[in-house]
Design a protein around this ligand. Structure first.
Ligand code: GLC
Ligand code: GLC
Length: 807
């Protein structure tokens, strides 16, 4: 069942009912100011950091779900409704929400009044614009009242929901004309305040929550809205809000635009005040003046569209299947950009309070946006690398505002360092910019201890070699990619973190996954060394990779698939001899991608085992059988009920590793089949089961052991976006930047007969036509001439290269 449809021409998802199976959200903002917005206007806004600079309040895990947010109420002669359905929840004659690229429109109509709301954060602006276009669709003169409501967060979102003995005494505002200034803590150490204004005269306002709602009031019928008149309250402590009251009169057919601005204003320390106790409003006034007309909002929308045109123009694909095209041309790159901006901080599943930027996560996210914003990817790599320790290990996370490593989580995830190699290699092949390797980057942000980025990669690589266990496989540390496979934790204390607890210090648990990742990234590292003229070191690195491959085949092969690990007792994890957790996707995917055992047939066999034991109708589960009891020696993985999260869900991040494997083995049919099981656009018609947005990937889909098999959770902020992008564009469509040139090596399902791809790379444009209609040997023609192999040397910037491929 569907709750809307794609509007491909406008690059929007159109939601036609408020009653989706879960709030379906979008993101506003592209630089520093961001908003999360659901299809009924829920969500919140923040400046740069969702925890430390949150402008508006949002209640996670609340009943009813998704209350609050951007609230607008109409009182039409006692009939109270909201154009976005929520918060009033009155039935509408018409409802439509359109989530577009960094903007959302929500239209509601009732009783002959139509309200079309546009929400966006203009480029270069630290504010959200809410434009409301009111139309009288009847033949009669209409008069009604419009009320706005923004509930201010007292900046630090964690404090805001916990430290009431303090924060219920802090709230302050100023109200001047049609503008409400939220100035809590501005009197002391803050140099910023929030502003909420509208470009029209108002009939009244409120800035105190209790006055607005009534102490026992509710979201659907706040006291002020029901009374049809504001109280002019000035918040003093308790909960400051911003609410405007506008009296609207519309002639038959008349249309009127109102522009509300919710912004973040920062002042210099010495110009905080206009006069004693009165905040300096110059910047706020300028912001409000900029967006004082509807035309200014139109211009901002045009600029936003152009911004996305330019980004998405980096790669465009045309196939006969819209589900593929819309995901590749719009939504997958869009989601990758959101992961660039948010990492794992703020979504409807991530509260914005914890989890800074992950070392591993950010490095992988890069694979999905490096072709869109190479300069910012470059900066990201250097930021991530600066949180590496001198011995090559790394902080698992760092804080976005300070860019410092996060001490609470610390280090010891032994796969982390290798992802830096993966991310850097992706950047170099995309851009050709080897100079990044010479950039001087500190260790642990200590400017007195720095080295070129290449040295950071060297230490990443060396860290694995320096930390090997009894079988010669890499030590796992606290965990590898699977945060919940905690082989040294042995935690028995409720509430203790499995990630930071280590009761087996010096534990000897080993990871076959890290071994595979080591071989994969060592090969990339060797290519970078070659490219910088360090052939002998490259040779040595390849020799170590080959050695590790042997160790994997000797000690990491179970007979029909790759083992997952050895636990602290030296027992195999992911072996047919185990009762539970006999086979895992991660090690099979990564070892196969690394080419371990490709020639000896191990890879094919591993892929077949995954297919027969882990594949389901909704994607490939992490492992089987799922754990049904707690295994203290395995950690958090066995804490989830079977089929959820790391305990055997379809953890969508990992599925592309099997797609890539199948494509590398020449089985495009299977690769594509795997993709189409988890690709959101292919799941649109089972939205009632899937539940999260049909336009973005989710982190997990409940596995076959779960009662809710097929139900997705944790949409948006997941490495799934980047890895699926890699799998489908680089391995299935096969358009893959490499050091020497652009490789075109499609591995397609038979059903896709012809594909056109426009790919920009290093300033040149490649117009690629793939003819997949016959089964003859593959040929690649460049500007009409057949070439040897499938790698096209990079053309000069500005060139247009025509490529035809038959498969
Ligand atoms: C989450 C984490 C990621 C980890 C994965 C598996 O997605 O963000 O770092 O690899 O879970 O545990
Ligand atoms: C929890 C989550 C896991 C995530 C980790 C991050 O263990 O289950 O998915 O990666 O926290 O610290």
């Amino acid at each position: 069942m569907q709750y809307g449809h794609f509007d491909d021409a406008n690059r929007e998802y159109v939601i036609t009912t408020p009653h989706t199976p879960y709030p379906w959200i979008n993101y506003l903002g592209t630089e520093n100011f961001f908003g999360l917005i659901s299809h009924t206007g829920g969500g919140y806004s923040f400046y740069k950091d969702a925890r430390m600079r949150r402008l508006t309040r949002y209640r996670y895990n609340n009943v009813p779900t998704d209350a609050g947010g951007r609230c607008y109420y109409i009182n039409d002669g006692g009939d109270i409704w909201s154009p976005s359905w929520s918060p009033a929840q009155t039935d509408l004659d018409f409802f439509e929400a359109r989530h577009g690229l960094s903007y959302t429109t929500i239209t509601g109509e009732r009783g002959g009044i139509r309200a079309e709301m546009l929400f966006l954060v203009p480029l270069g602006t630290n504010a959200e614009i809410h434009r409301i276009r009111l139309t009288n669709t009847t033949e009669d003169q209409r008069s009604f009242d419009l009320f706005s409501l923004a509930e201010f967060n007292l900046w630090n979102a964690a404090d805001d929901t916990t430290n009431y003995q303090r924060n219920l005494n802090l709230g302050e505002v100023e109200v001047v004309g049609s503008t409400i200034y939220h100035t809590t803590e501005y009197r002391e150490r803050r140099n910023h305040y929030a502003v909420y204004g509208v470009n029209a005269d108002i009939a009244g306002f409120d800035s105190d929550r209790e006055s607005f709602f009534g102490l026992r009031g509710n979201w659907t019928r706040p006291e002020v809205v029901a009374n049809g008149t504001s109280k002019g309250s000035i918040a003093s402590g308790w909960a400051p809000i911003g609410s405007h009251h506008l009296s609207i009169n519309l002639a038959p057919g008349e249309e009127r635009d109102l522009v509300f601005v919710l912004g973040y204003i920062e002042n210099e320390e010495d110009s905080k005040w206009e006069s004693r106790g009165i905040v300096n409003k110059e910047n706020a006034t300028a912001l409000l003046a900029t967006y004082s007309t509807s035309e200014a909002v139109d211009r901002a929308m045009t600029e936003l569209r152009e911004y996305w045109d330019a980004l998405l123009g980096q790669m465009q694909v045309t196939t006969a299947d819209q589900r593929i095209d819309r995901l590749l041309n719009v939504w997958n790159p869009y989601q990758c950009m959101v992961t660039f901006n948010m990492s794992r901080s703020a979504s409807y599943f991530e509260t914005g309070l914890g989890r800074g930027m992950g070392f591993r996560d950010s490095s992988q996210d890069l694979l999905g946006f490096v072709h869109l914003i190479p300069e910012r990817a470059r900066e990201r790599i250097l930021d991530v690398a600066a949180t590496q320790f001198p011995d090559g290990s790394a902080y698992h996370q760092y804080q976005p505002l300070t860019k410092r490593g996060n001490n609470e989580v610390g280090t010891g995830f032994n796969d982390d360092p290798l992802w830096l190699i993966e991310g850097t290699a992706a950047y170099v092949v995309e851009t050709g910019d080897l100079s990044i390797l010479d950039e001087d980057v500190p260790f642990d942000n200590d400017i007195d201890d720095s080295a070129p980025l290449l040295e950071h990669l060297r230490r990443s690589y060396q860290h694995v070699l320096d930390h090997r266990g009894p079988h010669g496989l890499p030590l796992i540390g606290r965990a590898d990619w699977n945060d919940c496979l905690n082989l040294n934790a042995f935690s028995t204390t409720p509430g203790e973190s499995f990630q930071t607890t280590e009761h087996k210090e010096g534990g000897t648990a080993e990871s076959v996954f890290i071994a595979g990742l080591f071989v994969h990234s060592a090969n990339l590292y060797a290519q970078l060394l070659d490219a910088t003229g360090m052939a002998s070191e490259a040779h040595e690195v390849r020799a170590q990779a080959a050695k590790m491959s042997h160790v994997v085949l000797e000690h990491g092969w179970d007979g029909e698939w790759f083992l997952r690990a050895y636990d602290a007792y030296g027992n195999a994890v992911g072996s047919s001899k185990n009762e539970e957790g006999q086979i895992f996707i991660e090690s099979n995917g990564i070892c196969s991608m690394a080419g371990i055992g490709a020639e000896t047939g191990h890879t094919r066999q591993a892929a077949d085992s995954v297919k027969s034991l882990l594949d389901t109708d909704h994607g490939i589960v992490l492992h089987q059988p799922a754990f049904t009891r707690f295994h203290v020696e395995l950690g958090e993985i066995s804490t989830y009920p079977p089929g959820y999260k790391e305990n055997g869900s379809i953890f969508c991040h990992t599925n592309p590793w099997m797609m890539i494997t199948e494509a590398m083995l020449g089985n495009g049919e299977q690769a594509f089949a795997y993709w189409s099981k988890i690709a959101p656009t292919f799941r649109e018609d089972i939205s009632d089961l899937h539940r999260t947005e049909p336009y973005v990937y989710a982190q997990t889909i409940a596995g076959r052991d779960a009662p809710r098999h097929g139900e997705a959770k944790n949409s948006w902020l997941t490495g799934t976006a980047a890895w699926n992008w890699v799998a489908i564009t680089q391995y299935i469509l096969g358009v893959r930047p490499e050091i020497e040139g652009l490789r075109i090596d499609p591995q397609l399902p038979r059903a896709l007969e012809a594909i056109d791809v426009v790919r920009r790379c290093r300033g040149a444009q490649y117009r690629i036509h793939i003819d997949n209609s016959d089964t003859d040997a593959a040929t690649v023609r460049v500007d009409g001439e057949p070439i040897e192999g499938s790698v096209i040397p990079y053309a000069r910037a500005g060139a247009v290269v025509d490529v035809t491929v038959t498969t």
